[in-house]
Design a protein around this ligand. Structure first.
Ligand SMILES: Nc1ncnc2c1ncn2[C@@H]1O[C@H](COP(=O)(O)OP(=O)(O)O)[C@@H](O)[C@H]1O
Ligand SMILES: [Mg+2]
Length: 687
């Protein structure tokens, strides 16, 4: 009220157009001060509320003045009858409340709204684009040309219409038509070139990021892969990387194009009629407000849909991957039910998304039509006054349509960039991840004896850190000897192997190779020297030859054959029609379990490792095959062999036996000694 009184006194003699805005400024200051005194905390909300309350009456009065609507309206709110301030503030308050309610309902979406984090990610994305700048410059040059040609077209159209309606001159008509033709062709040509450049940039960027990400992922420690799903990683590569690489080229394309267009259009429109231009601009903040609400809701929905789709995908993936289990337990109906549920959820969310999109379009259109109607009304007066020609009006209307598209483009590009940096953030998260088991060893001695020592090793898996699997385990593997590791299932045998392969780091103690901790050895070197045939060997789809020579380059046919012979695989390979070139199928599914093991053993032998680990690698072989294999392996040279087996015959062929029980070493000695002692080992082989 005080502000109103001051306004009344000070502003009454001023020019009406300015007075309303000065009044708004005064009112704004008074409201901010009042808000600040009443609610000291939330400054942002106070400022927004004050701005809406004070600016909306002035904006409304200005609009009325521009339209020259019939009927008396007050120049100042302060001098008007009480109904006016009441109405103005009431409507503004209602609008604010609606806005709050809608915003509140839209769940807060982390990345949206230009949070600092999103902006930081956007900056990193721009960094990533740096090598592409020559191509981007090309793209932007074509973009500018395309915009210039584009804005020429409506201008020419208006001129043609004016020429047709009065004062027809063949010369002027011809030049207008030629200009129009040139502008159209130029537009098509430059737009195409612009698009081509952007696609080029995107493709290069994609290849670069995918490469880097995959390379980085493969260097992560094994535990990492047990915690994230394979499908997650694959989708990172297949969907998030392209999405993230779209953010900068696509949105900068849209943004710059829209910006240039909007500026050029505004310049043209302003020349035709500034009053109409001001009117047309009224649409912008309102559309932006509606879009802001819509975007926040839309992003939340999109995220939910993505999650639901992923759930449906997981059901299919799991059911197909484990089809034997599904059929074996007759659980087909359960799987179908689970799938139907997941699909139903997706459908519901998509329906909501579509409904909201249509509602949004409806509101936007209504707004557009209203502004257009007002404009036409105003233009009608202009034409009657003779300030505007019919042709200019047509140009203007054509421009206005384009302007609203350009402004939408501006808003869209910004929102889209911020909402898609989510994808980029996930990718960066992986790119930034430091492997917990570093691969920075450098040691690669020319000769290695192959002496392995576990020294007081204590270890728990990272997924279950409070459950130690190995406790104070110490034993050694001597060069030229076969050491067997025996123990019940779950006693920690395979865990020892994983530590020896350096898939994990022990929490206490150390694993030494020739007296040096494993982590000091160079990664490639270590894995050429220490070869593992795992309990469940994994083959890759491809030929048997590819599988045996996996990870080694330049192996001769003879070497592969020798390794296959030593592993006892040559018999079955020779019998195959295509021999070594036979395809093993996905995960080696076209071979029997025993054959798979033989191929895996051949793969290990081909490397002529110093330390060979056979983790129940002979379990699927028949007795004779197993014995023949062991003979071949043991005769193969002065290797250190760690053998994990259950059968008595296999254990007895070892030089020494280490018996594990519950994650600790229970006994060590030669098989004969241990048998004679009648302890754990004796119970194991006899029981
Ligand atoms: N990746 C893993 N994450 C968590 N616990 C594991 C993992 N692998 C094995 N374990 C647990 O460690 C213990 C020892 O397993 P393992 O070394 O495979 O036994 P085995 O002697 O039969 O080879 C078991 O209790 C098992 O449940
Ligand atoms: Mg095991």
């Amino acid at each position: 009220l005080v502000a109103d009184a001051v306004a009344l006194a000070a502003l009454a003699p001023l020019a009406p157009a300015l007075a309303a805005w000065l009044e708004a400024a005064l009112r704004f200051l008074a409201l901010v001060m009042a808000g600040w005194l009443l609610v000291p905390g939330d400054t942002r909300a106070t400022v927004v509320t004050a701005a809406v309350l004070s600016l909306s009456p002035a904006a409304f009065l200005a609009l009325r003045a521009a339209l020259a609507l019939p009927g008396a309206a007050p120049v100042l709110l302060a001098t008007s009858s009480p109904a006016w301030p009441l109405l103005a503030h009431g409507v503004a308050a209602l609008a604010l409340l609606t806005w709050r309610a809608l915003q509140h309902e839209a769940p807060a979406h982390g990345d949206h709204d230009g949070s600092p984090k999103a902006r930081a990610t956007l900056r990193r994305l721009l960094d990533l684009m740096r090598p592409e700048w020559p191509r981007l410059c090309g793209a932007f040059a074509f973009l500018a040309l395309a915009v210039v040609s584009e804005t020429m077209v409506p201008y020419c159209t208006g001129r043609v219409i004016d020429l047709l309606s009065d004062g027809f001159s063949a010369e002027g008509f011809k030049s207008a038509i030629i200009l129009m033709g040139l502008a159209s062709v130029g537009r098509a040509l430059f737009t195409g070139c612009r698009g081509g450049f952007f696609i080029w940039v995107r493709a290069r960027l994609n290849a670069r990021v995918c490469d880097r990400l995959f390379c980085h992922l493969l260097r992560q420690e094994v535990a990492f892969f047990q915690q994230v799903k394979a499908g997650d990683l694959a989708s990172r590569l297949a969907t998030d990387v392209p999405l993230m690489n779209d953010v900068v080229p696509y949105n900068s394309n849209v943004f710059l194009r829209s910006l240039l267009e909007a500026l050029a259009l505004l310049a043209f429109m302003g020349r035709l009629s500034w009053r109409l231009t001001l009117l047309a601009l009224f649409e912008v903040p309102l559309t932006m407000a509606i879009r802001k609400i819509y975007e926040a809701r839309h992003q939340a929905l999109l995220k939910a849909i993505l999650e639901a789709t992923a759930r449906a995908g997981t059901v299919v993936h799991e059911a197909v991957a484990a089809i034997e289990t599904v059929q074996g337990y007759g659980a087909e109906d359960d799987e179908v039910e689970r799938y139907a549920q997941a699909l139903d959820e997706t459908r519901r969310l998509k329906e909501r998304r579509d409904l909201e999109r249509h509602l949004f379009e409806l509101c936007r259109r209504a707004l557009q039509v209203t502004v257009q109607a007002l404009m036409l009304y105003c233009a009608h007066q202009h034409i009657a006054e003779g300030v505007l020609t019919a042709g200019s009006l047509i140009s203007f209307i054509l421009y206005q349509g384009k302007l609203s598209i350009a402004v939408q483009g501006l808003v869209f590009a910004y929102g889209n960039a911020l909402s898609h940096v989510g994808a980029a953030r996930k990718v960066f998260e992986y790119l930034d991840r430091e492997p917990a088991v570093a691969m920075d060893g450098t040691l690669a001695p020319a000769t290695l004896r192959g002496h392995v020592a576990f020294q007081n090793v204590t270890f728990a898996y990272p997924t279950r850190p409070e459950e130690p699997v190995l406790q104070d385990v110490s034993f050694e593997l001597r060069p030229g000897e076969v050491t067997a590791l025996a123990g019940l299932n779950g006693s920690g045998k395979s865990t020892c192997v994983a530590l020896l392969e350096r898939f994990y780091e022990p929490q206490a103690g150390a694993v030494l190779l020739d007296g040096v901790p494993l982590r000091d050895y160079e990664h490639q070197y270590l894995h050429r020297q220490v070869a593992l045939v795992a309990q469940e060997p994994v083959l890759f789809s491809g030929s048997i030859r590819d599988n045996i020579a996996y990870g080694l380059e330049g192996c001769s046919e003879a070497q592969v054959e020798a390794a296959a012979r030593a592993a006892g695989a040559w018999g079955f390979i020779r019998a195959l029609e295509r021999g070594l070139d036979t395809d093993v199928g996905e995960k080696g599914g076209q071979l029997s379990a025993g054959q798979k093991q033989q191929v895996a053993i051949a793969r290990a032998l081909l490397r002529r490792p110093t330390v060979l680990i056979l983790d129940e690698a002979t379990s699927a072989l028949d007795g004779d095959g197993e014995l023949a294999l062991q003979r071949a392996v043991l005769d193969g040279g002065a290797r250190t062999v760690l053998l994990i087996a259950h059968r008595r015959r296999a254990l007895e062929s070892a030089d020494r036996v280490v018996v594990l029980q519950g994650g600790t070493v229970a006994e060590t000695g030669t098989p004969a000694e241990l048998l004679a002692r009648g302890g754990h080992y004796a119970r194991l082989v006899q029981g």
